[in-house]
Design a protein around this ligand. Structure first.
Ligand SMILES: [Zn+2]
Length: 409
Protein backbone atom coordinates (compact mmCIF):
# COMPACT_ATOMS: atom_id res chain seq x y z
CA UNK A 1 0.00 0.00 0.00
CA UNK A 2 1.56 3.31 -1.04
CA UNK A 3 1.37 6.52 0.92
CA UNK A 4 -1.47 7.79 -1.29
CA UNK A 5 -3.53 4.65 -0.94
CA UNK A 6 -3.59 4.77 2.81
CA UNK A 7 -6.91 5.11 4.50
CA UNK A 8 -7.62 8.48 6.00
CA UNK A 9 -7.57 8.21 9.70
CA UNK A 10 -7.50 10.96 12.26
CA UNK A 11 -6.23 13.87 10.18
CA UNK A 12 -8.72 16.03 8.32
CA UNK A 13 -11.76 14.02 9.27
CA UNK A 14 -14.12 16.06 7.09
CA UNK A 15 -12.09 15.90 3.89
CA UNK A 16 -13.67 14.26 0.90
CA UNK A 17 -12.26 13.03 -2.35
CA UNK A 18 -14.55 13.45 -5.32
CA UNK A 19 -17.52 13.66 -2.98
CA UNK A 20 -16.82 10.29 -1.30
CA UNK A 21 -16.32 10.66 2.43
CA UNK A 22 -13.05 9.23 3.76
CA UNK A 23 -13.07 5.85 5.43
CA UNK A 24 -12.44 6.07 9.16
CA UNK A 25 -12.34 2.42 10.07
CA UNK A 26 -12.10 -1.06 8.66
CA UNK A 27 -15.75 -1.58 9.54
CA UNK A 28 -16.67 1.38 7.38
CA UNK A 29 -14.59 0.04 4.55
CA UNK A 30 -16.33 -3.32 4.77
CA UNK A 31 -19.68 -1.56 4.81
CA UNK A 32 -18.75 0.43 1.76
CA UNK A 33 -17.54 -2.46 -0.38
CA UNK A 34 -20.67 -4.42 0.48
CA UNK A 35 -22.93 -1.49 -0.31
CA UNK A 36 -24.14 -1.25 3.24
CA UNK A 37 -23.01 2.33 3.79
CA UNK A 38 -25.58 3.49 1.21
CA UNK A 39 -28.32 2.14 3.41
CA UNK A 40 -26.78 3.37 6.60
CA UNK A 41 -26.73 6.90 5.20
CA UNK A 42 -30.52 6.93 4.87
CA UNK A 43 -32.34 8.56 7.80
CA UNK A 44 -33.43 6.09 10.43
CA UNK A 45 -36.62 6.60 12.35
CA UNK A 46 -35.42 4.48 15.22
CA UNK A 47 -31.70 4.57 15.72
CA UNK A 48 -31.82 2.31 18.76
CA UNK A 49 -32.12 -0.87 16.78
CA UNK A 50 -29.24 -2.55 15.02
CA UNK A 51 -29.39 -2.55 11.24
CA UNK A 52 -27.09 -5.22 9.94
CA UNK A 53 -27.56 -8.11 7.59
CA UNK A 54 -27.72 -11.01 10.02
CA UNK A 55 -25.94 -14.28 9.45
CA UNK A 56 -28.75 -16.59 8.24
CA UNK A 57 -30.11 -18.91 10.92
CA UNK A 58 -30.14 -21.77 8.43
CA UNK A 59 -26.46 -21.25 7.66
CA UNK A 60 -25.46 -22.04 11.25
CA UNK A 61 -23.47 -25.26 11.36
CA UNK A 62 -24.23 -27.88 14.04
CA UNK A 63 -25.61 -26.75 17.44
CA UNK A 64 -28.81 -28.71 16.81
CA UNK A 65 -30.14 -28.38 20.33
CA UNK A 66 -29.67 -24.62 20.43
CA UNK A 67 -31.40 -24.24 17.07
CA UNK A 68 -34.28 -26.48 18.14
CA UNK A 69 -34.76 -24.59 21.41
CA UNK A 70 -34.84 -21.22 19.62
CA UNK A 71 -37.33 -22.46 17.02
CA UNK A 72 -39.64 -23.85 19.72
CA UNK A 73 -39.45 -20.56 21.61
CA UNK A 74 -40.52 -18.68 18.50
CA UNK A 75 -43.50 -20.98 18.02
CA UNK A 76 -44.58 -20.81 21.65
CA UNK A 77 -43.38 -17.60 23.35
CA UNK A 78 -45.15 -18.38 26.63
CA UNK A 79 -42.86 -21.37 27.18
CA UNK A 80 -40.63 -19.14 29.29
CA UNK A 81 -37.92 -18.47 26.75
CA UNK A 82 -34.52 -20.03 26.31
CA UNK A 83 -31.32 -19.76 28.31
CA UNK A 84 -28.12 -20.43 26.39
CA UNK A 85 -25.28 -21.47 28.66
CA UNK A 86 -21.76 -21.63 27.35
CA UNK A 87 -18.43 -19.96 26.80
CA UNK A 88 -17.84 -17.15 24.32
CA UNK A 89 -17.37 -17.83 20.63
CA UNK A 90 -19.83 -20.70 20.37
CA UNK A 91 -22.31 -18.86 18.16
CA UNK A 92 -24.92 -17.95 20.78
CA UNK A 93 -25.22 -14.29 19.84
CA UNK A 94 -24.96 -15.01 16.12
CA UNK A 95 -27.84 -17.47 16.38
CA UNK A 96 -30.01 -15.05 18.36
CA UNK A 97 -29.37 -12.16 15.98
CA UNK A 98 -30.49 -14.30 13.06
CA UNK A 99 -33.93 -14.97 14.56
CA UNK A 100 -35.91 -11.86 13.49
CA UNK A 101 -35.67 -12.99 9.86
CA UNK A 102 -37.59 -16.12 10.75
CA UNK A 103 -40.53 -14.28 12.25
CA UNK A 104 -43.48 -12.87 10.32
CA UNK A 105 -44.18 -9.13 10.27
CA UNK A 106 -45.91 -7.58 13.22
CA UNK A 107 -47.82 -4.30 13.79
CA UNK A 108 -45.48 -1.54 14.99
CA UNK A 109 -46.87 1.43 16.88
CA UNK A 110 -46.26 4.90 15.44
CA UNK A 111 -46.51 6.44 18.89
CA UNK A 112 -43.98 7.10 21.64
CA UNK A 113 -46.16 5.19 24.10
CA UNK A 114 -46.51 2.19 21.84
CA UNK A 115 -50.30 2.32 21.47
CA UNK A 116 -51.72 -0.32 19.13
CA UNK A 117 -55.19 -0.69 17.57
CA UNK A 118 -55.66 -3.93 19.51
CA UNK A 119 -55.30 -1.98 22.78
CA UNK A 120 -58.49 -0.14 21.80
CA UNK A 121 -60.17 -3.40 20.82
CA UNK A 122 -59.30 -4.82 24.24
CA UNK A 123 -59.74 -1.81 26.51
CA UNK A 124 -61.52 0.96 24.58
CA UNK A 125 -60.07 4.38 23.67
CA UNK A 126 -58.94 4.94 27.25
CA UNK A 127 -56.37 2.22 26.71
CA UNK A 128 -54.33 4.48 24.37
CA UNK A 129 -52.81 7.93 24.72
CA UNK A 130 -54.95 11.01 23.85
CA UNK A 131 -53.05 11.51 20.56
CA UNK A 132 -53.78 8.00 19.43
CA UNK A 133 -57.41 8.25 20.54
CA UNK A 134 -57.71 11.30 18.27
CA UNK A 135 -56.01 9.44 15.43
CA UNK A 136 -58.31 6.47 15.93
CA UNK A 137 -61.39 8.69 15.81
CA UNK A 138 -60.08 10.26 12.59
CA UNK A 139 -59.46 6.83 11.04
CA UNK A 140 -55.70 7.42 10.95
CA UNK A 141 -53.44 4.40 11.38
CA UNK A 142 -51.88 3.86 14.81
CA UNK A 143 -49.38 1.27 13.55
CA UNK A 144 -47.66 -0.07 10.46
CA UNK A 145 -46.69 -3.65 9.66
CA UNK A 146 -42.98 -4.10 10.19
CA UNK A 147 -40.25 -6.70 10.54
CA UNK A 148 -39.89 -8.22 14.00
CA UNK A 149 -36.92 -6.67 15.77
CA UNK A 150 -34.30 -7.90 18.13
CA UNK A 151 -34.25 -5.81 21.25
CA UNK A 152 -30.98 -6.29 23.10
CA UNK A 153 -31.02 -5.34 26.73
CA UNK A 154 -28.01 -3.18 27.60
CA UNK A 155 -25.87 -4.72 30.30
CA UNK A 156 -26.09 -1.62 32.50
CA UNK A 157 -29.91 -1.40 32.24
CA UNK A 158 -31.68 -0.14 35.36
CA UNK A 159 -35.14 -1.18 36.50
CA UNK A 160 -36.62 2.12 35.27
CA UNK A 161 -35.16 1.56 31.78
CA UNK A 162 -36.60 -1.93 31.71
CA UNK A 163 -40.15 -1.41 32.97
CA UNK A 164 -40.45 2.34 32.34
CA UNK A 165 -41.14 5.14 34.75
CA UNK A 166 -42.05 8.79 34.86
CA UNK A 167 -41.66 10.50 31.51
CA UNK A 168 -39.05 13.23 31.95
CA UNK A 169 -39.81 14.69 28.51
CA UNK A 170 -43.45 15.26 29.47
CA UNK A 171 -42.48 16.43 32.95
CA UNK A 172 -40.47 19.30 31.43
CA UNK A 173 -43.72 20.56 29.90
CA UNK A 174 -45.59 20.21 33.16
CA UNK A 175 -47.31 16.92 32.34
CA UNK A 176 -47.06 13.84 34.51
CA UNK A 177 -47.00 10.76 32.36
CA UNK A 178 -45.56 7.27 32.41
CA UNK A 179 -43.03 6.21 29.85
CA UNK A 180 -42.96 2.62 28.65
CA UNK A 181 -39.74 0.73 29.11
CA UNK A 182 -37.66 -1.73 27.13
CA UNK A 183 -40.07 -4.57 27.95
CA UNK A 184 -42.96 -2.78 26.25
CA UNK A 185 -40.74 -2.01 23.26
CA UNK A 186 -40.01 -5.69 23.10
CA UNK A 187 -43.72 -6.51 22.72
CA UNK A 188 -44.16 -8.74 19.67
CA UNK A 189 -40.40 -8.69 19.24
CA UNK A 190 -37.46 -10.69 20.47
CA UNK A 191 -35.74 -9.75 23.68
CA UNK A 192 -32.13 -10.81 24.04
CA UNK A 193 -30.55 -10.56 27.45
CA UNK A 194 -26.87 -11.30 27.04
CA UNK A 195 -24.89 -12.11 30.20
CA UNK A 196 -28.08 -12.41 32.21
CA UNK A 197 -26.03 -13.62 35.19
CA UNK A 198 -24.44 -10.17 35.46
CA UNK A 199 -27.73 -8.26 35.73
CA UNK A 200 -29.24 -7.23 39.05
CA UNK A 201 -31.95 -9.50 40.46
CA UNK A 202 -34.76 -6.93 40.32
CA UNK A 203 -34.15 -6.38 36.61
CA UNK A 204 -34.08 -10.09 35.82
CA UNK A 205 -37.19 -10.70 37.92
CA UNK A 206 -39.10 -7.98 36.06
CA UNK A 207 -38.09 -9.45 32.72
CA UNK A 208 -39.05 -12.99 33.66
CA UNK A 209 -42.39 -11.88 35.14
CA UNK A 210 -43.28 -10.02 31.97
CA UNK A 211 -42.15 -12.93 29.79
CA UNK A 212 -44.31 -15.37 31.72
CA UNK A 213 -47.42 -13.18 31.77
CA UNK A 214 -47.19 -11.38 28.45
CA UNK A 215 -47.78 -8.02 30.16
CA UNK A 216 -46.55 -6.02 33.13
CA UNK A 217 -47.71 -3.31 35.45
CA UNK A 218 -45.84 -0.12 36.34
CA UNK A 219 -46.76 1.89 39.42
CA UNK A 220 -45.23 5.27 40.15
CA UNK A 221 -46.98 7.21 42.90
CA UNK A 222 -50.65 7.58 42.06
CA UNK A 223 -50.16 6.45 38.47
CA UNK A 224 -50.13 2.98 37.09
CA UNK A 225 -50.17 1.50 33.63
CA UNK A 226 -50.27 -1.97 32.15
CA UNK A 227 -48.14 -2.67 29.13
CA UNK A 228 -48.23 -5.63 26.81
CA UNK A 229 -44.96 -7.53 26.66
CA UNK A 230 -45.41 -10.60 24.51
CA UNK A 231 -41.90 -11.34 23.43
CA UNK A 232 -39.65 -14.28 22.79
CA UNK A 233 -37.06 -14.19 25.55
CA UNK A 234 -33.55 -15.45 25.01
CA UNK A 235 -30.97 -15.13 27.73
CA UNK A 236 -27.36 -16.13 27.56
CA UNK A 237 -24.67 -16.57 30.13
CA UNK A 238 -21.06 -17.56 30.32
CA UNK A 239 -20.70 -19.66 33.47
CA UNK A 240 -17.05 -18.58 33.73
CA UNK A 241 -18.31 -15.10 34.64
CA UNK A 242 -20.61 -15.98 37.48
CA UNK A 243 -23.49 -18.19 38.51
CA UNK A 244 -27.18 -17.54 38.08
CA UNK A 245 -29.20 -17.80 41.26
CA UNK A 246 -31.21 -21.06 41.24
CA UNK A 247 -34.51 -19.18 41.63
CA UNK A 248 -33.73 -17.21 38.46
CA UNK A 249 -32.42 -20.24 36.62
CA UNK A 250 -35.69 -22.04 37.37
CA UNK A 251 -37.72 -19.31 35.73
CA UNK A 252 -36.20 -19.82 32.30
CA UNK A 253 -38.01 -22.28 30.07
CA UNK A 254 -35.53 -24.29 28.03
CA UNK A 255 -31.85 -24.48 28.95
CA UNK A 256 -29.24 -25.33 26.39
CA UNK A 257 -25.61 -26.01 27.11
CA UNK A 258 -23.78 -24.62 24.11
CA UNK A 259 -20.37 -26.19 23.53
CA UNK A 260 -17.95 -25.63 20.69
CA UNK A 261 -18.28 -27.85 17.62
CA UNK A 262 -16.24 -31.02 18.05
CA UNK A 263 -16.52 -32.42 14.56
CA UNK A 264 -13.64 -31.33 12.33
CA UNK A 265 -15.80 -31.27 9.21
CA UNK A 266 -18.35 -29.07 10.95
CA UNK A 267 -15.68 -26.71 12.24
CA UNK A 268 -14.23 -26.30 8.76
CA UNK A 269 -17.67 -25.68 7.27
CA UNK A 270 -18.47 -23.15 10.01
CA UNK A 271 -15.20 -21.35 9.23
CA UNK A 272 -15.98 -21.29 5.49
CA UNK A 273 -19.43 -19.85 6.04
CA UNK A 274 -18.16 -17.27 8.52
CA UNK A 275 -15.53 -16.19 6.00
CA UNK A 276 -18.09 -15.95 3.20
CA UNK A 277 -20.28 -13.85 5.47
CA UNK A 278 -17.48 -11.50 6.49
CA UNK A 279 -16.56 -11.02 2.83
CA UNK A 280 -20.11 -10.39 1.63
CA UNK A 281 -22.95 -10.66 4.15
CA UNK A 282 -25.62 -9.84 1.58
CA UNK A 283 -24.59 -12.65 -0.72
CA UNK A 284 -24.76 -15.20 2.08
CA UNK A 285 -28.13 -13.80 3.11
CA UNK A 286 -29.49 -14.03 -0.44
CA UNK A 287 -28.16 -17.56 -0.80
CA UNK A 288 -30.34 -18.65 2.11
CA UNK A 289 -33.28 -16.32 1.45
CA UNK A 290 -35.57 -18.96 -0.10
CA UNK A 291 -35.15 -21.40 2.75
CA UNK A 292 -35.46 -18.56 5.26
CA UNK A 293 -38.79 -17.53 3.71
CA UNK A 294 -40.03 -21.13 3.86
CA UNK A 295 -39.01 -21.43 7.52
CA UNK A 296 -40.82 -18.16 8.26
CA UNK A 297 -44.01 -19.55 6.70
CA UNK A 298 -43.70 -22.77 8.67
CA UNK A 299 -43.26 -20.90 11.93
CA UNK A 300 -46.30 -18.74 11.23
CA UNK A 301 -48.42 -21.82 10.43
CA UNK A 302 -47.21 -23.52 13.60
CA UNK A 303 -48.06 -20.43 15.67
CA UNK A 304 -51.55 -20.29 14.19
CA UNK A 305 -52.22 -23.95 14.97
CA UNK A 306 -50.61 -24.05 18.43
CA UNK A 307 -53.81 -23.40 20.38
CA UNK A 308 -55.32 -26.60 18.92
CA UNK A 309 -52.49 -28.91 20.00
CA UNK A 310 -53.44 -31.36 22.73
CA UNK A 311 -51.56 -33.71 25.03
CA UNK A 312 -53.16 -37.16 25.41
CA UNK A 313 -53.45 -38.36 28.98
CA UNK A 314 -50.91 -41.18 28.67
CA UNK A 315 -48.30 -38.71 27.39
CA UNK A 316 -48.91 -36.24 30.22
CA UNK A 317 -48.60 -39.13 32.69
CA UNK A 318 -45.18 -39.95 31.19
CA UNK A 319 -44.18 -36.30 31.59
CA UNK A 320 -45.27 -36.28 35.22
CA UNK A 321 -43.31 -39.50 35.85
CA UNK A 322 -40.17 -37.85 34.46
CA UNK A 323 -40.53 -34.87 36.78
CA UNK A 324 -41.32 -37.14 39.73
CA UNK A 325 -38.37 -39.46 39.18
CA UNK A 326 -36.01 -36.52 38.74
CA UNK A 327 -37.35 -35.13 42.02
CA UNK A 328 -37.98 -31.66 40.65
CA UNK A 329 -40.15 -29.48 42.87
CA UNK A 330 -40.84 -26.53 40.61
CA UNK A 331 -44.11 -26.66 38.72
CA UNK A 332 -42.38 -24.75 35.95
CA UNK A 333 -40.77 -28.02 34.94
CA UNK A 334 -44.11 -29.41 33.75
CA UNK A 335 -45.20 -26.14 32.22
CA UNK A 336 -42.06 -25.87 30.10
CA UNK A 337 -41.97 -29.58 29.31
CA UNK A 338 -45.55 -29.70 28.06
CA UNK A 339 -45.50 -26.35 26.28
CA UNK A 340 -42.25 -27.23 24.50
CA UNK A 341 -43.69 -30.62 23.56
CA UNK A 342 -46.77 -28.92 22.09
CA UNK A 343 -44.54 -26.63 20.04
CA UNK A 344 -42.48 -29.62 18.93
CA UNK A 345 -45.62 -31.45 17.78
CA UNK A 346 -47.04 -28.53 15.85
CA UNK A 347 -43.65 -27.88 14.22
CA UNK A 348 -44.15 -31.34 12.75
CA UNK A 349 -47.68 -30.39 11.64
CA UNK A 350 -49.38 -32.60 14.27
CA UNK A 351 -52.14 -31.58 16.66
CA UNK A 352 -51.41 -34.37 19.15
CA UNK A 353 -48.32 -34.58 21.31
CA UNK A 354 -46.57 -37.97 21.33
CA UNK A 355 -43.98 -39.57 23.61
CA UNK A 356 -41.39 -38.73 20.94
CA UNK A 357 -42.11 -35.02 21.34
CA UNK A 358 -41.64 -35.37 25.07
CA UNK A 359 -38.42 -37.27 24.53
CA UNK A 360 -37.04 -34.60 22.21
CA UNK A 361 -37.64 -31.65 24.54
CA UNK A 362 -37.26 -33.21 28.00
CA UNK A 363 -33.49 -32.67 28.41
CA UNK A 364 -33.83 -28.97 27.54
CA UNK A 365 -36.88 -28.50 29.75
CA UNK A 366 -35.73 -30.46 32.80
CA UNK A 367 -31.97 -30.11 33.14
CA UNK A 368 -30.54 -27.90 35.88
CA UNK A 369 -33.82 -27.67 37.74
CA UNK A 370 -32.81 -29.73 40.72
CA UNK A 371 -31.48 -27.75 43.59
CA UNK A 372 -28.93 -29.34 45.92
CA UNK A 373 -29.81 -26.72 48.45
CA UNK A 374 -33.48 -27.68 48.45
CA UNK A 375 -32.59 -31.38 48.58
CA UNK A 376 -30.49 -30.83 51.71
CA UNK A 377 -33.09 -28.50 53.12
CA UNK A 378 -35.89 -31.05 52.78
CA UNK A 379 -33.71 -33.87 54.09
CA UNK A 380 -32.93 -31.79 57.19
CA UNK A 381 -36.57 -30.85 57.42
CA UNK A 382 -37.51 -34.54 57.17
CA UNK A 383 -35.15 -35.43 60.08
CA UNK A 384 -36.65 -32.69 62.20
CA UNK A 385 -40.23 -33.75 61.41
CA UNK A 386 -39.43 -37.31 62.42
CA UNK A 387 -37.78 -36.21 65.66
CA UNK A 388 -40.73 -33.96 66.42
CA UNK A 389 -43.21 -36.77 65.76
CA UNK A 390 -41.22 -39.17 68.00
CA UNK A 391 -41.06 -36.71 70.90
CA UNK A 392 -44.73 -35.85 70.49
CA UNK A 393 -45.69 -39.51 70.58
CA UNK A 394 -43.57 -39.96 73.65
CA UNK A 395 -44.88 -37.00 75.61
CA UNK A 396 -48.47 -37.12 74.38
CA UNK A 397 -49.12 -40.66 73.14
CA UNK A 398 -51.73 -40.95 70.35
CA UNK A 399 -55.29 -41.44 71.66
CA UNK A 400 -55.46 -45.12 70.72
CA UNK A 401 -52.41 -46.07 72.75
CA UNK A 402 -53.44 -43.70 75.54
CA UNK A 403 -56.76 -45.54 75.83
CA UNK A 404 -54.93 -48.84 75.65
CA UNK A 405 -52.47 -47.86 78.35
CA UNK A 406 -55.37 -46.46 80.37
CA UNK A 407 -57.20 -49.79 80.10
CA UNK A 408 -54.17 -51.72 81.19
CA UNK A 409 -53.55 -49.71 84.32
ZN1 LIG B 1 -50.28 6.62 21.56
Amino acid sequence: MSENDQLHTTDEPGRTEGGIPPVRSLRELIDRVTGRSLEAAAPQEDAGFADVVPFPFLALVGQQEMKLALLLAMINPLMGGVLLIGPRGTGKTTAVRSLPELLPQTPRSLCYYGCLPEDIEAGGVDAVCPDCAKKYAGDEPLAVMDQVRLVELPLNALLDDVVGGLDERAALQGHVRLRRGILAQADRNLLYVDEVNLLSDDVVDAILDAAAQGYYLVRRGPMSATYRARFVLVGSMNPEEGRLRPQIMDRFGLRVVVRGLNDRGERLEAYRRARAYLTNPRRVSVEFSDSTALAQEDIQTARDLLSQVEIPDEVSQQGLSLVERLKIDSLRAEITLFEAARAHAVADARLKVTSDDLHAVAPMALRMRRSNFMDDYFTQHGFEEQELADILNDVIPPKKSRKKSGALS
